[in-house]
Design a protein around this ligand. Structure first.
Ligand code: GDP
Length: 473
């Protein structure tokens, strides 16, 4: 059922397409900001810190509307979508900035939060227009769910053959492959067998994700949310037996469940959440992939290309018909956790993210969306420090480890030319030729926030300016 708020939003949005001026005079505009990225990319930390830094804007000089006083106040509001879980901002912020700072629990499913801005610009126009309210609905959802878009155009037979081919040499898949090899797909459907196969396949996906693989679909197998254990999530890839499998066979039932997954899981997500997004940030843990090695980088590149295909649906695709004329207007690609690097290496990181996305970007310009790449740290956990090593001065960072000990860290020198990483990755190299990139898990630093200050970050204000700045002026 639609509430009054939903109706008002819907009307506001359609009027906005006719003319923003008209809608602003009568309605309170709503910006829907999607936040996505693969698991552990940094979505939860990003949203928590962004919200805290929008509520207390002392560390947001690059957000123009905050700097020049256009934003009069910001407050959290009950969100309009009553069926979507609320993003647990308070708990996450308490984890990050409390007396024993630690990282919050990660994104498991879609969630939402509404921030409302009271804005009034300076000058005559400002006083004529008075104080306006702009709502920002932040929608957090796993990037793995976007990867599922690829399944929509595939049959079970094609999907299963492709997955089985792709994972055949991965050690993480050995247990599942042995189990799948031991069943007769043309035999009678058996629920226990289906369950065992699905669990084993889900186990493989979890292990693959931990090992640094990004192509871990179906997305709900990794992050099932409220659908855990349902038949639409109880299937696995099996080779099609010769001939035409009987109706009651294991293979036919798997085929039926795959189709149910598409229509009951993937489609509703795109319809109810994705199709309503105006601005999007895609978070990328590029440093993590670089640390894991060339194959993880290549895999990340492919996964990002797949994720981005959702933002430029092909002609005739079902997504295009679902979206109609609606498009995401701005997309920010942000390399997260940049506080693992001294600032002198941030341009290299940004260049790597741009290059990772270039191919996907070049194929189509996201149907007119403005795009930008950036390196950010949502919560800065380190300070910069120069360290001496074998007679060289290295630009490093220092932070707190899980043991409580402080440690300085230099991850290695990122190349100025991203091709030095992306080319070997594409060629299937096993290791980086002449470099090793370290990783270190720092805990959030203990912080004492002054009144009016949000948590420390790197470039979160620039990210906010790109994503929503124009709508706050
Ligand atoms: P999600 O799965 O995308 O929601 O990822 P999270 O936001 O939970 O982040 C995953 C992990 O990445 C966190 O537990 C932190 O260890 C790390 N992380 C995220 N953001 C930052 C950051 O800004 N700085 C640092 N140093 N680590 C971060």
């Amino acid at each position: 059922m639609l509430g009054i708020g939903d109706l008002a939003d819907g009307v506001a949005r359609s009027v906005e397409t006719l003319g923003a001026q008209v809608s602003e005079a009568f309605f309170e505009p709503v910006i829907r900001l999607g936040v996505t990225g693969l698991s552990r990319a940094g979505k939860t930390v990003f949203i928590t810190s962004l919200v805290a830094n929008l509520l207390d804007r002392g560390r947001m000089p690059q957000l123009r509307a905050a700097q020049d006083g256009t934003i009069r106040s910001v407050f959290l509001q009950p969100q309009p979508d009553v069926t979507v879980p609320r993003f647990d901002y308070e708990t996450h912020l308490a984890a990050m900035t409390g007396p024993a700072p630690h990282w919050p629990d990660s994104t498991r499913a879609v969630s939402e939060l509404r921030l409302s801005f009271k804005v009034q610009s300076a000058g005559l126009m400002g006083s004529l227009r008075g104080v306006r309210t702009v709502h920002l609905d932040i929608v957090d959802y796993p990037g793995e769910w976007l990867l599922d878009l690829g399944l929509m155009e595939q049959t079970y037979e094609d999907w299963a053959a492709e997955v089985l081919g792709r994972i055949s040499s991965r050690p993480e898949a050995a247990e599942f492959l042995a189990r799948a090899g031991g069943v007769d797909p043309s035999g009678a459907m058996d629920e226990q067998m289906a369950k065992g196969l699905a669990e084993s396949f889900a186990g493989y996906l979890q292990a693959a994700r931990k090992a640094g693989w990004s192509d871990c679909t179906p997305g709900r197998f990794l992050l099932p949310g409220e659908m855990a254990g349902s038949p639409a999530l109880t299937f696995a890839p099996l080779m099609k037996p010769a001939g035409s499998p009987a109706r009651a066979s294991l293979w036919r039932e798997m085929d039926r469940r795959f189709e149910a997954y598409k229509s009951r899981v993937v489609k509703p997500f795109f319809r109810d959440h994705f199709a309503r997004i105006d601005r999007q940030v895609v978070l990328v843990d590029a440093l993590g992939a670089i640390h894991a090695g060339p194959r993880a980088v290549e895999d990340l590149r492919r996964a990002m290309a797949d994720i981005l295909s959702a933002f430029r649906p092909g002609t005739g695709s079902w997504l295009l018909s679902l979206l109609g004329a609606k498009r995401v207007e701005r997309i920010l690609f942000a390399a997260t956790k940049a506080d693992h690097l001294h600032h002198s290496q941030h341009p290299q990181l940004t260049a790597i993210v741009s290059a990772l996305l270039r191919e996907a970007k070049d194929r189509a310009d996201f149907a007119g969306a403005r795009t930008e790449a950036m390196s950010i740290a949502s919560l800065r956990a380190t300070v910069e420090e120069e360290i001496e090593h074998h007679g060289r001065t290295l630009p490093a960072v220092r932070g707190r480890l899980a043991s409580g000990r402080q440690a300085a860290f230099w991850p290695g020198e990122l190349p100025g030319d991203p091709a030095q990483l992306l080319v070997p990755a594409r060629q299937g190299a096993e290791h980086w030729l002449d470099a090793d990139y370290g990783a270190m898990a720092f805990l959030p630093a203990a912080i004492h926030l002054k009144p009016g200050e949000g948590p420390p970050h790197i470039r979160l204000d620039r990210a906010a300016e790109f994503l929503i700045g124009d709508r706050l002026s």
